[in-house]
Design a protein around this ligand. Sequence first.
Ligand code: SAM
Length: 238
Amino acid sequence: MCGERKGDESILYVVATPIGNLEDITLRALRVLGEVDAILCEDTRVTGKLLAHFDIKKPLISYHARSSQHREEEIIQALGEGKCYALVSDAGTPAISDPGSKLIDAVYRSKKEIRVVPVPGPSAVISALSVSGFFGNQFTFYGFFPQKKGRKKLLEEIFSSSRIAVFYESPHRILKLFEMIQNEFPNYYQSANMFIGRELTKMYEELVRGTISDVHTHFLTRDRNIRGEFVIIIYPHS
Ligand code: SAM
């Protein structure tokens, strides 16, 4: 039984889940996950573990980045029959560099009486920004930094803007990113500020702040085997 339902409407809750520390789940997320008819999730094993931790038993339906349009139509058809579903991703807020937007767009386009309801909570981008101490109300979130093509062009855009730039980057490419900034943008390498939030809310959480050169040195002096999940923030004109 869905507590937030009006009449016999269908609801798609978009539910944020922890990015590491399970205590970050919200009371509302727990209630909603316990009330819905089914939970749409990226990886049933990951979400299964989360639910088991909170002793919630619900049918899980796989919905991920490679799900077809046909699959979305099936989900919307079933949901539209007066059901309540929750959409979650492996961690954080769905649809933020995670699957979700295509399904939500298809729900609106379907013109069915399905209410989309946000259940806000953790997100790596906002968590990192909140502790960066960089001020200014405007930021640009770039999602995942491009893997190959377009890296230099994007850096040009970031350094020519006055906005704070936030992006996700894999640990395998982080040293290459520093090297590119050092070689192609030496002035910004020395003067612009950077913040890195690594493994936020987890046991090995690390916050590193300084000029880009300082932050680079910090990671170089460890070892080349950099691990974990990273949010990078560049404050181009501090
Ligand atoms: N939807 C998620 C959100 O709202 O944060 C982001 C999902 S995206 C597929 C995963 C990326 O987010 C990771 O590669 C990393 O860059 C960042 N991320 C997720 N959890 C993190 C954490 N605990 N600490 C730092 N970065 C994290």
